[in-house]
Design a protein around this ligand. Structure first.
Ligand SMILES: *Cc1c(COP(=O)(O)O)cnc(C)c1O
Length: 403
């Protein structure tokens, strides 16, 4: 083996020793309540396709039609000749869906976070993030070169303490230079814990402190609020959040990410978000499928699917309270149920026991969560039947010991 491969193999071996090594598994079916993994059918509790739209006929048909009319690839970036009709239609659909002046779609949620935060902030600015935000936001905050502060998860006192410090430093900044900006970034529904951010209070706090607020609704878009726009919609604060982010690859059933907000925000991103400017436009099929996904979400069928999902979540919680109270969550209403088991090896063992029983529940380990806080992450979707939920509850109750 050459020195290069020897070094890499050593690093991989270290991760294996710590139960942190990961492998790809080939899935031979579309997303659904059941998936085919390595030739075996498993009940799937791992998908973010919360409403079952990824293989919905309306989305597939929209994608096929877009390919027939516009081809497989966009051929250039949006700012050159790649800004095709399906992209414009998607941006307009997103703005109408979220009730904002404007919207801009990106090729993924990850590139949305990186492009947006780096476009808004520079080295004299401040970025304040919740401890549990997604890696895309952490990476964006670091890459922006703004000064980074982390507040404890959903802890408003800690956030206010940091804001007071930052505002004292802001008041002392050299006169004549522009006042440093402060951006608070959080998720509305946290991807690994399923906890909900106190958005009403956050809006008041950022207004009082003269800061901006960016909220990533990756796990809430399509699921919460009277218009199913997300948690900000449910809490009635959408129009007070400067930067509303989301992904198109989860409940929307397609692929991509987006920002909704004011016209100046979107115009700035078109000019300055480097992941948007310097990247080929997403395939027209992805944009068309996302538009179709948002249309389904806004329809009566979307409402029925959301009701179905929340009924399954309630039913799971009730069964766990009855048969495995240590697994029942006490906090918030979300489609994500984390079962923290602690040791990485314990999470892998629990996942393989569940797999033997025919259930696919992923073991989530560092760096997705803290070391020693490995968990099983159960996600419920609108496609699960009552029998699927009961099978999950009894498998969890009999084979998983939480920390
Ligand atoms: C999945 C996720 C992203 C990234 O979105 P992709 O479209 O998958 O790149 C960003 N933020 C959060 C909170 C996520 O869960």
């Amino acid at each position: 083996m050459n020195p290069f491969d020897r070094e890499l193999t050593q690093r991989l071996d270290e991760w294996r020793d710590q139960s942190l090594l990961r492998e790809l598994r080939a899935v031979q079916s579309p997303q659904g309540a059941r998936i085919q993994v390595n030739g075996r059918e498993l009940l799937n509790f791992s998908s973010n396709d919360y409403l079952g739209l990824a293989s919905h006929p309306a989305l597939k048909e929209a994608a096929v039609r877009a390919i027939e009319r516009f081809g497989a690839g966009a051929g250039a970036s949006r700012l050159i000749s790649g800004s095709l009709s399906p992209h414009h239609e998607l941006d307009e659909t997103l703005a109408a869906f979220k009730g904002t002046e404007a919207a801009l779609s990106f090729s993924s949620g990850y590139t949305t976070a990186v492009g947006t935060i780096c476009a808004l902030l520079g080295r004299d600015d401040w970025v304040l993030i919740d401890r549990l935000v997604h890696a895309s936001i952490v990476d964006a905050a670091r890459l922006s070169s703004a000064r980074l502060r982390v507040f404890r998860h959903n802890d408003l006192d800690d956030l206010q303490r940091i804001l007071r410090q930052v505002n004292r430093r802001r008041a002392n900044s050299i006169s004549g230079s522009p006042r440093p900006r402060v951006l608070i970034v959080t998720e509305s529904v946290f991807s690994m814990t399923g906890t909900l951010a106190p958005l009403k209070e956050l809006v008041q706090i950022k207004d009082a402190a003269g800061a901006w607020l960016m909220v990533d609704e990756a796990h809430a878009t399509g699921l919460y609020g009277p218009n199913r726009r997300g948690l900000a919609d449910e809490l009635g604060v959408g129009d007070r959040i400067e930067i509303q982010m989301g992904t198109l690859g989860k409940a929307v059933g397609a692929a991509g990410g987006f920002i909704c907000g004011s016209r100046p925000l979107i115009h700035l991103l078109v000019n300055r978000a480097r992941s948007f400017v310097f990247s080929t436009a997403p395939p027209p099929a992805a944009a068309a499928a996302a538009t179709a996904g948002i249309c389904v979400i806004q329809s009566d069928e979307g409402a029925r699917r959301v009701t179905r999902l929340w009924n399954s979540v309630s039913s799971l919680e009730a069964q766990l309270r009855a048969h495995a109270p240590s697994l029942a969550r006490h906090a918030s209403r979300s489609a994500i149920l984390p079962v923290v088991v602690g040791l990485e090896s314990k999470a892998l063992d629990a996942a393989s026991v569940l797999q033997e029983r025919g259930l696919f529940v992923p073991a989530i380990r560092y760096p997705s969560v803290r070391r020693g806080a490995a968990q099983l992450r159960v996600s419920i979707t609108a496609m699960h039947s009552d029998a699927d939920i009961s099978a999950l509850a009894s498998a969890l109750a009999s084979s998983v010991n939480p920390l």
